[in-house]
Design a protein around this ligand. Sequence first.
Ligand code: 13P
Ligand code: SF4
Length: 303
Amino acid sequence: WARFAPYVIEINRLKAERNAVVLAHNYMTPEIFHGIADHVGDSLQLAIRATEVAAEVIVQCGVHFMAETSKVLNPGKTVLMPDMGAGCSLASSITAADVATMRARYPGAPVVSYVNTTAEVKAASDICCTSSNAVKIVEAMESDTVIMTPDQYLARNTAAQTNKRIVWWEGACIVHEQYTAGELRDYRRLDPGVAIIAHPECPPEVVAEADYTGSTGGIIDWVTTHRPAKALLVTECSMASNIADALPDVEFAKPCNLCPYMKMITLEKVLYSLHTMTGAVEVAPDLAEGARRAVQRMIDVSR
Ligand code: 13P
Ligand code: SF4
């Protein structure tokens, strides 16, 4: 912590000076999560929080689509992205033209797009979803057939929990698609008491090996409530690091995978962005309007 302290102190001072808040995703490093974040959470929690922020400036510690979501919900505020290159393999897997192709293939079916998409794709969709509300959103659609984009695994895992016919885009998260059912079975064989907790961006056969599957916020709630002696979080590495101190009775097992995009956000970059007020995210007004409609509809349905 000693090497982080000067950054943490200066960022927190600047936050007050600039009337800024830091919204941080659960995959941020512990020094961001514990040192400078005003609000932490999963994608849905951060989107809802973004609608409630009073400060003039939002510093988004997460990836680009999250900053875009905050911006479309707060067009009058400055939303700073400490590294514009922090993307997402899901968001970059699909365009608005691809959404139109899916609509042509399944006429009349509504498009439910994961929040891990660009504002352009959100604007081309009927509604958004996150990993914590996907089943609820899909079931709120009137049509029997629902198009889910861009995460094929979230779509397949959702399909297993609903009677709707789900069709999907073939995107994947480069972090969660790496896990295999075989490695989890090996892990359980070596350590039969371990609680295996997976994110729904994992392939269905991986989810089938898990004791619980949920969003990053859901995972934190489950571990906090159930207090397993040993837990294997089948998700991004920082999750376990961020909650370990508050749960000293839980031993967190490896393996975990790093998200290279999330890890592009560092204290140094946050400080630079807040000091110079550079890295403001802009969304074209017509796209922002469409994206806001899809995100707000999701928030309304999930309340
Ligand atoms: P949640 O925090 O909504 O579970 O999403 C995880 C993720 O991969 C965000 O990029
Ligand atoms: Fe995208 Fe996966 Fe990284 Fe989340 S963990 S930002 S879904 S690449």
